[in-house]
Design a protein around this ligand. Structure first.
Ligand code: FES
Length: 164
């Protein structure tokens, strides 16, 4: 004779199934929660304001390269892309800024004091101090940050960066 407090076989199977279900939820759920809580594992936004440093650190008239990295996460794959921007301080309170990606095929240009312009090492494109085309195969000037894409906030030079 079994009392009402005893678990019969059917109830036991139901309880065991529920327990296994809960365990699976925890096992699957914990990494997801960890992923959501851990900022280092998340993708950075494709668009963001990037701080490039205090205005006072940039010498007037000297093109200065600033590099930064953006991280993308795709499933288990984590990709860090690095980007470069040339900052040229034009006065006590102003700067201009260019991407260092050549507009021909995307190599990185370098400021060259001798020619007074940006030189691309891949196919010898030359861009002037204002980023304009001097000579070479490039179809357009260097991409320039202006107006809504460039600001100085609390003394920090910032660009609005869009990936891709
Ligand atoms: S990539 Fe710069 S000249 Fe071709």
């Amino acid at each position: 004779m079994s009392g009402s407090h005893h678990i019969n076989r059917r109830d036991f199977i139901k309880l065991a199934t529920a327990a296994v279900g809960s365990l699976i939820t925890v096992v699957i759920g914990l990494p997801v929660i960890g992923y959501l809580l851990h900022p280092a594992l998340r993708s950075e936004e494709a668009e963001a304001w990037i701080p490039l440093g205090p205005l006072e650190n940039f010498e007037i008239g000297v093109p200065t390269l600033v590099n930064f990295t953006r991280t993308r996460v795709n499933g288990w794959e984590r990709t860090a892309n690095s980007y470069g921007v040339y900052i040229v301080r034009t006065s006590d309170s102003d700067v201009i800024a260019f991407s260092n990606r050549c507009t021909h095929l995307g190599c990185r240009v370098n400021w060259n004091d001798e020619i007074g312009g940006y030189l691309c090492p891949c196919h010898d494109a030359v861009f002037g101090p204002d980023g304009g085309i001097v000579r070479g195969p490039q179809p357009r000037p260097l991409d320039r940050y202006t107006g809504d894409d460039l600001k100085i906030e609390d003394g920090i030079v910032m660009i609005f960066f869009t990936e891709g």
